[in-house]
Design a protein around this ligand. Structure first.
Ligand code: ATP
Length: 462
């Protein structure tokens, strides 16, 4: 990884902590690996990400409806889906420092194609062939144990009151889409949807990820935004191309530069998949998967019909044709999108007079705080009262922050760092002319706007 890029990643991690976007979980107890908490601004950004995704995937689509299925489900679901037998990554241990590593990732780093679909034997062959090139990321030695498949499902004793629940565990879901597949018939029978249609869901998922690196890019507790689209078999690939184009455009609409995105085609497909592409984003540590857009055939519904004994056939109300719908999906993590948007937005800009500023140039709709309101001085009650009035008039419709700490310059810097698009300052002239200064985050231009017109002015901006 280039030094400059490592630097950017460190700066983003540090900004996240300093400004209350992301905190390591259980920090006062020494942390809890690969789990993170969203702080006051992080929770706003994550909420905005969920909302914009929902808007694109449900609100703007008359063919897609929403769902919120429970985290816990019948354990047989995870057998039917193949997760109990095959949701695993190849794990090896450094014989020197006992660090556990994901072998497919270490191989990938030296340019050797490897993935979770390979057998243990195939992975071990690659490990032996490339022994000299693969270094332990912690101690730098080249001596690993054999790779073993490690299942990523997180188990629990929910509903099991015996001492040996591990024999019949329940699972914290490893992905949210299984809740969609098993509700496909409920949605079909209770709403007006007809094939082709989609079901979208946002929710937590859990994976016992082997490596706990790269900040919120890969976490053990994660939140997924997934949409599963049910199609007529012969329409699957046409719909797939449409979904790929739609998801690509989403990122461009969110202000991501096209050059920072690329498609990655899966070469080694799982046996049932028709085609699989990932949208990769250029994170500070290189191009990595941001979102999966996959054509899954009829595998999911066929498996659940087989394991549950319930037919999941679709009867076309017009043609009377009966078939198992094929599924195409879009799947992305909230945390991964959060990191991509922060990476894209992070800037260090040189200012006149040799100063620099850190600014998050987030699209306005994603910014955690939309408007910051300042009284010029905090020890002048008349200014504070007027600023409070302005704040109260706006807060119902814009996420606002009242800030009277330090001087105005310092407040601008703080708001720039959290990406606030507009800062409104109430000064002594405001008491006379009923106008305030509105400062734009990106251009840093200031405008005098009448307080009466401020609401309309801001509405026009968002
Ligand atoms: P990877 O190869 O990075 O482990 P995956 O191929 O296992 O990911 P999927 O199972 O296809 O990922 O999950 C769909 C999406 O969910 C990913 O594109 C990513 O955005 C998100 N995601 C998956 N695993 C994690 C994780 N551990 N932490 C954060 N986000 C994740």
């Amino acid at each position: 990884m280039a030094e400059k890029q490592v630097d950017v990643m460190e700066k983003i991690v540090s900004l996240c902590k300093r400004r209350g976007f992301v905190f390591p979980s259980s920090e006062i107890y020494g942390g809890f690996a690969a789990v993170y908490d969203f702080g006051p601004y992080g929770v706003e950004l994550a909420k905005n990400i969920r909302e914009i995704w929902w808007k694109y995937m449900v609100q703007l689509r008359e063919d897609i409806v929403g769902l919120d299925s429970a985290i816990f489900m019948h354990p047989k679901i995870w057998e039917a889906s193949g997760h109990v037998a095959g949701f695993s990554d190849p794990l090896a241990e450094c014989k020197n420092c006992h660090t556990r590593v994901r072998v497919d990732h270490l191989l990938e780093e030296i340019g050797v194609l490897a993935d979770e679909k390979m057998t243990e034997a195939q992975i071990n062959m690659l490990l032996v062939e490339n022994k000299e090139k693969i270094l332990c990321p912690k101690c730098g030695k080249r001596d690993f144990t054999e790779a073993k498949s490690f299942n990523l499902l997180v188990q629990s004793n929910l509903g099991n009151f015996t001492g040996d629940w591990t024999k019949e565990p329940t699972y914290l879901r490893g992905e949210t889409c299984q809740g969609i597949y098993v509700n496909y018939k409920n949605v079909l029978d209770s709403s007006r949807v007809k094939v082709p249609f989609g079901i979208a869901q946002i929710g937590k998922a859990f994976r016992n990820e082997i490596t706990a690196r790269q900040f919120i890019f890969r976490t053990r507790e994660l939140e997924q935004m997934e949409m599963q689209y049910f199609t007529k078999p012969e329409m699957e690939m046409d719909e797939y191309e449409k979904l790929r184009a739609y998801r690509w455009q989403f990122y461009l609409d969110m202000g991501i530069k096209e050059g920072h995105l690329r498609w990655h085609k899966h070469e080694n497909l799982v046996f049932y998949a028709k085609e699989a592409y990932d949208i990769e984003y250029e994170f500070p540590f290189g191009f990595k998967e941001l979102e999966g857009v996959h054509a899954r055939g009829d595998y999911d519904l066929t498996q659940h019909a087989k394991f549950s004994g319930v037919s999941l056939d679709y009867l076309d109300p017009v043609s009377n044709e009966k078939y198992v719908p094929h599924i195409i999906e879009s799947s992305v993590g909230v945390g991964r999108m959060f990191l991509a948007f922060l990476t894209e937005a992070y800037r260090e800009e040189a200012l006149e007079g040799g100063d620099t500023r850190i600014v998050l140039k987030l699209p306005k709709k994603l910014a955690p705080v939309k408007v910051a309101v300042f009284p010029l001085m905090k020890n002048k009650p008349e200014l504070v009262a007027k600023a409070k009035e302005v704040f109260d008039a706006l807060k119902g419709d814009f996420m606002c922050e009242f800030d009277d700490n330090g001087n105005v310059g310092k407040r601008y810097r703080r708001q720039d760092e959290i990406g606030t698009p507009y800062c409104v300052t109430v000064d002594f002239d405001s008491l006379e002319d009923g106008a305030v200064t509105v400062r734009d985050r990106d251009s840093m231009q200031q405008e005098r706007i009448k307080i009466d017109a401020l609401y309309g002015y801001l509405q026009g901006k968002f």
